[in-house]
Design a protein around this ligand. Structure first.
Ligand code: R5P
Length: 309
């Protein structure tokens, strides 16, 4: 078993390699003058089970292309199996036709990864579980719920309520609410235009409660900031936000800073070390040990789901 890192989140790859006590495969990943990517693997990997770690975060197109070329290089170097470990699977939000004549980007990316030669995919909190079916190979979708539940327990609040910021996130939020034995509320969110969100209603009683908003992605921050405002208007005591993939585009960090959110807790599926430096409103929980354990179990053909029981 060997692990190889792309360039999108080297910090996470190094943490995983430390946990697994395995050196990262020696590679040469460079750009030509015109931006094209060049990949060279500097050690023998013939017959090895190789895990490639690469988040397809911003710049998504470059990071996807880099992942594809690494997989291709591994295939041509006779790796026995190639597992694409994609902590943040970008392009997942377009997982169905939302209007006539639109594309389904999650399926296109799944096809690219399959055709490049991956034999398995490992990812974290997929935007929609059904995306697993876009691949004709095993997909292990890891959950951050146990990590978040541990943090929430430390808040020591008796009046917790988990809040889904939109209807699409209900299953994820309910799973966390069940785990921490809390109530559930749902926000009726509408998108009047792409990138804009509005809270229409709150389903559930949030008065005098500590609200735990859970979502897979924070991008512009609009969804979460509006949700926190609405919860406060409806009498919530405090609003904590737990997000797996902190895309944090544009002025999202500033929006969070000026918002009614008490704390935003994110993970390191995307490397945000620069954006979150010296920011006491944002806390980063590492998923390195969860990912390392999952990789170990896959390599040893042990159960991955047992990790979440
Ligand atoms: C949408 O379905 C996702 O789960 C997130 O709620 C969304 O991507 C957040 O976007 P933004 O932060 O730009 O409102």
């Amino acid at each position: 078993m060997k692990i190889l890192s792309g360039t999108s989140n080297l910090k996470l790859s190094k943490d995983i390699s430390k946990n697994l006590k395995l050196k990262l495969i020696n590679t040469n990943i460079r750009r030509f003058a015109d931006g094209e990517i060049y990949i060279e693997i500097n050690e023998n990997i013939r017959g090895n089970s190789v895990f490639v770690i690469q988040s397809t975060s911003n710049p998504a197109n470059d990071n996807i292309m880099e992942l594809l070329l690494v997989i291709d290089a591994l295939k041509r170097s006779s790796a026995k199996t190639i597992t694409a470990v994609i902590p943040y699977f970008g392009y997942a939000r377009q997982d169905r036709k939302v209007a006539p004549r639109t594309s389904i980007s999650a399926k296109v990316v799944a096809n690219l990864i399959s055709n490049a030669g991956a034999t398995r995919v490992v990812t974290v909190d997929l935007h929609a579980g059904q995306i697993q079916g876009f691949f004709d190979m095993p997909v292990d979708n890891l959950y951050t719920a146990p990590l978040f539940a541990k943090y929430i327990k430390k808040l020591n609040s008796k009046k917790l309520i988990c809040v889904s910021p939109d209807v699409g996130g209900v299953a994820r939020t309910r799973a966390l609410a069940t785990r921490i034995k809390a109530d559930l509320a749902i926000i009726d969110k509408r998108r009047p235009a792409p990138g804009k969100s509005e809270v229409m209603n709150i389903i559930g009683d949030v008065k005098n409660k500590t609200c735990i908003i859970v979502d897979d992605i924070i991008d512009s921050g609009g969804t979460i900031v509006n949700a926190a405002d609405a919860l406060k208007r409806n009498g919530a005591n405090e609003v904590y936000v737990f997000i797996t993939h902190a895309v944090l585009s544009g002025d999202a960090v500033k929006k969070i800073k000026n918002s009614k959110i008490k704390k935003l807790i994110i993970t390191d599926t995307i490397d945000n070390s620069q954006k979150t430096k010296n920011n006491n409103k944002i806390e980063v929980l590492s998923i390195a040990s969860l990912m390392s354990e999952a990789i170990k179990r896959i390599a040893n053909s042990n159960s991955v789901s047992d990790l979440f029981n």
